[in-house]
Design a binder for this molecule. Structure first.
Ligand code: NAD
Length: 251
């Protein structure tokens, strides 16, 4: 079987230091993709890069805050210099924030959600799109959340930011259609990572009993969907939402 077109391409994965982002890096590395793991957690990103290299691909861990445009520009200059232009971008970096009902939400918390998720996606995609358009091949995957579809009590700003990403995803998909670039979103259900760990301690048993598949998700459940969307097998898939959620929501 010949290698997929994604093999040898450079993938920028934001939030690549741990959890879902690390699983995405490793799933793409197994397909032969060169990995740039970007994160505010520099040592974690380096560790992911080491794990990717052990799978036989070139890889780099890069320290940057996605909400800081200049930091993303500098990180990309280094990635281009050491690995080449990213042809795959996975906007995964995210924060849960402190739970608060909307009536108690602070403007600062609201703003930070949009800075990390929405501005972060703008910076990551805007800085990589032109070379993708020139080369005529690209894959953009945005990690949204089931919260964007269901709403999430105590997480209005998170759900709003994740919903905004879906508008961006569909518009970009339209603008890139026919140019060899697909743009899709993955909407995880409840996945066991550092982000969800505290909440899961309290409600795991009840939650798993209620979930149709009777288990919370693993980072690999999301990474597998991302790897498919980045592959040649998904060349005709664009503007779509895939939600690995164990049957929690069937849309
Ligand atoms: P996580 O907290 O384990 O990992 C998030 C990563 O993003 C961390 O490495 C963190 O350092 C990095 N990050 C945070 N802010 C950043 C910034 N400003 N710049 C660069 N990196 C930054 O969480 P996770 O569960 O792996 O989440 C990954 C993505 O999946 C997030 O976008 C999250 O919203 C989404 N998601 C997670 C779940 C879940 O249940 N875990 C559900 C739905 C969606």
């Amino acid at each position: 079987m010949s290698a997929d077109a994604m093999a040898g391409k450079v993938a920028l994965v934001t939030g690549g230091a741990r959890g879902i982002g690390r699983a995405i890096c490793l799933a793409l590395a197994r397909e032969g993709t060169v990995i740039a793991a970007l994160d505010v957690n520099g040592p974690g990103a380096e560790e992911t890069a080491t794990l990717a290299r052990e799978l036989g691909v070139r890889a780099l861990g890069v320290l940057a805050d996605v909400s800081d445009h200049d930091a993303v520009k500098s990180a990309l200059a280094r990635i281009r210099n050491e690995l080449g232009d990213p042809a795959i971008v996975v906007c995964n970096a995210g924060i849960a924030g402190e739970p608060a009902l909307f009536r108690d939400e602070t403007k600062a918390a609201w703003k930070r959600q949009f800075e990390v998720h929405v501005d972060g996606a703008f910076h990551s995609i805007h800085e990589t799109l032109h070379p993708m358009l020139q080369s005529g091949w690209g894959r953009i995957v945005i990690i949204s959340s089931i919260a964007a579809r269901l709403g999430w009590r105590g997480a209005a700003s998170y759900a709003a930011a994740k919903g905004a990403l879906l508008g961006l995803m569909r518009t970009l998909a339209l603008e890139c259609a026919g140019k060899g670039i697909t743009v899709n979103a993955v909407l995880p259900g409840i996945i066991e990572t550092e982000m969800s760990r505290t909440a899961l301690v309290k409600v795991r048993e009840k939650l798993e009993a209620a979930l149709p598949m009777k288990r919370v998700g693993r980072p690999e459940d999301i990474a597998n969907a991302v790897a498919f969307l980045c592959s040649e097998r998904a060349a005709y898939v664009t503007g779509q939402c895939i939600s690995p959620n164990g049957g929690m929501w069937m849309g």
